[in-house]
Design a protein around this ligand. Structure first.
Ligand code: ATP
Length: 439
């Protein structure tokens, strides 16, 4: 199983999905760059999420807040005081561990049992705003996107006149000085989140918690994840944040163990109340029907973008015996069976050879199809190798232009999963591709 992780990391690098950041300088620990295919995959996830939860709903609006906020935000939210992991250090080899992650009180590096007492370690990344590195100039990179939705709550109410229930959504970067980053893009210090704060009347919280649980289950399914790989874990009282009456961790069975993919929490009125107190601003909502003023309660569904990418890749990865060996290629193939909406490239257009007359027709097809779909044009290497490349990057459809095409005005459409080929009139290609991708 660990093996699968290595295969994903290597495919990601080999094909240009994700590679180590600043690699020519030896990289930066646990920092990664999304390459030409990775950025498409990641954008597909973010765009689908935005479409589904912001554009297609009448009860949610979006924001894009600054990464650096007034440090008072983090005092009020509890992050400065409480966003800590207890850290211990092995006295022999000086490796640091999260206290909750040491097995049997033994150092996993040197097997010593001698640790320092636990010390709190704040997870927020600090910097200075302005030229002077003084205490008054300290600011923090946001460790979550969520707080902006609370801090901007009043501006949004005033400008959109929303009634409960309604939500505020955001997609963006967050930073945490994680003690134990690792497992590729699973835990990094810079990552991206997609979060919604959904404001409800207190009496409605259970209903909307169920609603969001259902939405998250549907999302996981649409990501191409098989049900048996996911656990919906009810977090018990005592392990939950004190203000939360219900939290469900959505956990995935990664090759390195079952761990969090997404989270869903009922946060009560904890955040708005804290910000009301700290800012002395009124963040309540007046019910226009009863004129009653209330502080809304909140349900928070939270998605990690990078963990979505990782899980989508783990689920899509297949190695199989090709039913027919294609020209010059071995009978085993690696194929990324992404659902069509996720695939970084939807259609590849390949002229059988580099001959001008074939390239001309293929480029015309590319020109037409790329108006509606992300396409790739490729005329290098043998046709067999090009098919294998498209399989490995998960392209659902490959169109090949051959010498026959010049006469019959048809091209071959090859299906990634079945490898079946059919001849389609060139003038019908756009409709055929659309039907196959959306059908
Ligand atoms: P974990 O228990 O794995 O540290 P968390 O409970 O701290 O996660 P949340 O604060 O609930 O995570 O953040 C919401 C989501 O953001 C997580 O479900 C995850 O998808 C993503 N996330 C959190 N920390 C990281 C990280 N360091 N790298 C990548 N994604 C992350």
């Amino acid at each position: 199983m660990e093996d699968l992780m290595q295969k994903i990391v290597s495919l990601a690098k080999r094909r240009g999905f994700i590679f180590p950041s600043s690699e020519i300088y030896g990289g930066l620990a646990n920092s990664f760059d999304y390459g030409p295919l990775g950025v498409e995959l990641k954008n597909n996830i973010k765009q689908e999420w935005w479409k589904r939860f912001v554009h297609q709903r009448t009860d949610i609006v979006g924001i894009d807040a600054a990464l650096l906020m007034n440090p008072k935000v983090w005092e009020a939210s509890g992050h400065i005081a409480g966003f800590n992991d207890p850290l211990v250090e092995c006295k022999k080899c000086h490796t640091r561990f999260r206290e909750d992650q040491i097995a049997n009180n033994v150092c996993s590096s040197c097997k010593s049992k001698d640790f320092t007492p636990a010390k709190q370690f704040n997870l927020m990344l600090k910097t200075f705003l302005g030229p002077v590195e003084s205490n008054e100039n300290i600011v923090y990179f946001r460790p979550e996107t969520a707080q902006a939705m609370f801090v901007d709550f009043k501006s949004i109410l005033d400008t959109t006149h929303r009634r409960l229930p309604f939500g505020i959504a955001q997609v963006g970067k967050a930073f945490r000085n994680e003690i134990t980053p690792g497992n590729f893009i699973f835990r990094t210090r810079e990552f991206e989140q997609m979060e919604i704060e959904y404001f409800v009347k207190e009496s409605d919280w259970k209903k909307y918690f169920e609603h969001w649980l259902k939405e998250m289950k549907q999302w996981v399914k649409d990501l191409g994840v098989s049900e048996k790989m996911v656990e919906y874990v009810e977090i018990q009282e005592g392990e939950r944040a004190h203000y939360s009456k219900r939290t469900v961790d959505i956990e995935y069975k990664y090759p390195f163990g079952q761990k969090e993919l997404y989270g869903l929490a009922y946060r009560g009125d904890f955040d708005l109340k804290n910000h009301m107190k700290a800012s002395s601003q009124d963040l309540s909502w007046q019910d226009p029907e009863t004129n009653e003023k209330i502080v809304p309660h909140v349900i928070e569904p939270s998605w990690g973008v990078d963990r979505s990418v990782l899980v989508a890749m783990l689920e899509a990865y297949h190695e199989e015996q090709a039913p027919t060996a294609e020209e010059g290629e071995s009978a085993t193939r690696v194929v990324m069976k992404f659902p069509a909406w996720l695939a970084p490239v939807k259609v590849a257009v390949l002229p059988l050879s580099k001959k001008d007359e074939l390239a001309k027709v293929a480029k015309e097809i590319y020109g037409e199809l790329s108006k509606g779909f992300v396409c790739e044009y490729d005329e290098t290497q043998s046709i067999g190798k090009r098919y294998r490349r498209q399989d490995e990057i998960g392209t659902p459809l490959v169109i090949t232009v051959d010498f026959e095409s010049l006469k019959d005005k048809k091209a071959t459409v090859r299906n990634r999963d079945t490898m079946k080929q059919e001849r389609i009139k060139i003038k019908d290609l756009a409709d055929t591709v659309s039907a196959k991708l959306h059908g």
